[in-house]
Ligand binder design. Sequence first.
Ligand SMILES: *Cc1c(COP(=O)(O)O)cnc(C)c1O
Length: 389
Amino acid sequence: MPDEGSPLGFATLAIHAGQPVDPSTGAVVTPIYQTSTYGQSSVGETHGYEYSRTGNPTRTALETCLAALEGAAHGRAFSSGMAAEDAILRLLNPDDHVLIGNDVYGGTYRLLSQVHGRAGVHFTSVALDDPAEVAAAWQPTTRMVWVETPSNPLLRIADIAVLAELAHARHAMLVVDNTFATPYLQRPLLLGADVVVHSTTKYLGGHSDVVGGFVATSDDEVAERIAFLQNAVGAVPGPFDCFLVLRGVKTLAVRMDRHCDNASRVAHALSANPAVDRVYYPGLSGHSGHETARAQMRGFGGMVSFTVRGGEAHALAVAASTAVFTLAESLGAVESLIEHPRRMTHASLSDSSLAVDPALLRLSVGLEDVDDLVEDLERALRAPPVNLD
Ligand SMILES: *Cc1c(COP(=O)(O)O)cnc(C)c1O
């Protein structure tokens, strides 16, 4: 993985970037500036803030910290990952075309098809891990390539540098949803991407207690437009939410190392289990994106998906039978989660060509003792299939 621009290491930046000791009190932790407005000494003479939709010091600390972690010149925080995605898609004009991955996050598909689609934006879904397919799907109006890598739920790996080159040669922008990898494992802007988007709800927050989003870019024009949209549309996070994400990010490096270790153990245990059909984890040497992941990521992440041999009836039984893994949507926090993408996170794709395998289960491998996690899954895999009718 390439080095970032700052001379400070990642874990140091995660704890300190944008968070100097509070100048007025010496507080070591950036205060929660729970205020909507700010006094001015004379008209127009401010302390840098006027109104908290436009700017808030706790939010500034978060934006500065996350931009530093992505190696970005600019960053803006949003009230959710979807709000952050919406701001990026508003950079497009009617009749513009977007290329997205064919296992894109369900919410992204819904936002494109049912919100921005109504505003005249078109899109095509392709296998973004196949540059020839990307080039073949290109249209004269293609302005944006939107990639998740690792993708959700199949953990496919797209080559960010290759896609950036392809997009830039055709005057389009490459957007990378870096939610699954986090900047600790992968820094897309340093690989040539133009914009990075996050759901900070996931690994950045890391504790299943906050919903948020973030956009990072080093393109001044894009940054100005995103800042305008953040204020004009107003989907901003409150100061307490910003504090929670800042607090989570301080431990991101140590958490991600353990997520990677635990997920790797779980993936290998599942691969050896006779009730399991296929395991999708970029750290497995048989995974189609293994080599690309090794080249562009520091580790393979905490997400593992797998199909069971007994089809949907068995997948549903396993999902209902774990004791340590909680059956829930979302991902990226300290506790382990299991879910059934076809009926849960990816239900909005069920009637489309992007529908996922009903025998598939997705794990967000948490930070519990890994022996407990492996044992829990092995026990659940012995559950009898549920009755589907
Ligand atoms: C959760 C998620 C989103 C949406 O973020 P919210 O914070 O739920 O709005 C977008 N992309 C990916 C990859 C996600 O996992």
